[in-house]
Design a protein around this ligand. Structure first.
Ligand SMILES: [Zn+2]
Length: 98
């Protein structure tokens, strides 16, 4: 019984993490205790999911990748904004139909 409940909770946490998965993870690998920089195989000691430590490591040690990540984030935001606008256009045209 409790195993079933635990696995359900884990699934929900994973899907929530995937939705909010930051682009910073392109540059890191994590275990439960450490985060490793893929670019230099350097272990960064921080709790799993502490994004600001990872960002600042990129910012200090890999400026190019940090810039690249920021560019990608901007692009992703712009695309999400576009999707929202298209979505509201579609729903307003549906309203006019009725
Ligand atoms: Zn690094």
């Amino acid at each position: 019984m409790s195993v079933y409940r635990n696995s359900r909770r884990k699934t929900r946490q994973q899907s929530r993490q995937n939705n909010k998965k930051s682009l910073v993870w392109n540059y890191f690998e994590s275990t439960s205790m450490t985060v490793t920089c893929k670019l230099r195989k350097k272990v960064i000691k921080c709790s799993n999911g502490n994004m600001s430590n990872m960002s600042s490591h990129l910012q200090h040690d890999h400026r190019q990748q940090h810039q690249e990540m920021k560019d990608n984030e901007e692009r992703r935001k712009a695309e999400a904004e576009q999707d929202k606008q298209v979505g509201s256009l579609v729903s307003s045209s549906l309203l006019y139909d009725h």
